[in-house]
Ligand binder design. Structure first.
Ligand SMILES: NC(=O)c1ccc[n+]([C@@H]2O[C@H](COP(=O)([O-])OP(=O)(O)OC[C@H]3O[C@@H](n4cnc5c(N)ncnc54)[C@H](O)[C@@H]3O)[C@@H](O)[C@H]2O)c1
Length: 241
């Protein structure tokens, strides 16, 4: 079988880093795109293609895609993982901040997917995975833009799955609960955030990035071609979900 090639956005750290390393470990060729350099990921992945670009910038995204094709000749899998999750009172959310969250979390998956799509079509097979969040259901009051953007990403997932079903390209979303990453520790995890989320779960521990890998591998598997348009909650059996 042909070796599949994957592009992971936001691959410098956190979930994206975990996904890139795990995909390489399972025999996929991997390109990772991020705003910042990715020494930790590049150090762990053989033949890694490190792309520095802003997912909200159409030109940068297209240039990055050209480098993927130059290097690997093809592309099969896209993981739209790059995201931001600021926490603030709704009244203090400026229009600029609202637009920033929408651009990174919702518009960028559109831009990157459009740039990637011709290559998936050419390959005649594809898997698109969007990283949304269980916060769409727990709906924290200080994350109105975030929840809105991630709920939008679920709509994007469902409608795009309808559009691409005939092309053997599936589109699914994965919704983690709160995951212990450096950014989450610094922001939403501060002031007992992890403890609060853990108390709602059937599995009484904090989710780790590695807890999401098996779901990603399942969704992109050759045998998962009939699984599309779905959001898979990986939330330790949260009472909310
Ligand atoms: N950590 C959690 O608790 C959690 C829970 C549910 C969903 N998620 C989602 O998972 C994804 C990853 O979360 P994380 O905790 O690993 O975050 P993180 O901050 O550790 O990593 C995100 C990466 O995305 C990159 N990025 C941000 N904006 C970018 C841009 N404009 N262009 C290119 N790269 C950009 C950052 O540089 C960073 O390397 C996000 O979409 C987040 O919303 C996280």
């Amino acid at each position: 079988m042909e070796t599949r090639t994957a592009l992971v956005t936001g691959a410098a750290q956190g979930l994206g880093h975990e996904f890139a390393v795990a995909l390489a470990g399972h025999g996929y060729r991997v390109a990772g795109l991020d705003l910042v350099p990715q020494p930790e990921t590049a150090g762990k992945v053989l033949d890694y293609l490190e792309l520095t670009a802003d997912v909200t910038d159409e030109t940068q995204v297209r240039q990055a895609l050209e480098r993927v094709i130059d290097r690997f000749g093809t592309l099969h899998i896209l993981v739209n993982n790059a995201g931001v999750y600021p926490s603030a009172a709704f009244e203090e959310t400026t229009p600029d901040e609202w637009r920033r969250v929408m651009r990174v979390n919702l518009e960028a998956p559109f831009l990157v997917t459009q740039a990637v799509l011709p290559h998936l079509r050419a390959a005649g097979w594809g898997r698109i995975v969007n990283i949304t969040s269980a916060a769409v259901l727990t709906a924290p009051p200080t994350m109105v833009p975030y929840v809105t953007s991630k709920m939008g990403l679920i709509g994007f997932t469902r409608a795009l799955a309808s559009a691409l079903g005939p092309c053997d390209i599936t589109v699914n979303a994965i919704a983690p609960s709160m995951v212990r990453t450096a950014t989450a520790e610094r922001t939403v995890g501060a002031d007992g955030g992890f403890e609060h989320v853990r108390a709602q779960q059937a599995v009484p521990r904090t989710q780790l990035p590695s807890d999401l890998v098996s779901t990603l591998l399942y969704v992109i598997d050759e045998g998962s071609g009939f699984l599309t348009g779905q959001t898979l909650n990986v939330s330790g059996g949260s009472a909310y979900l």
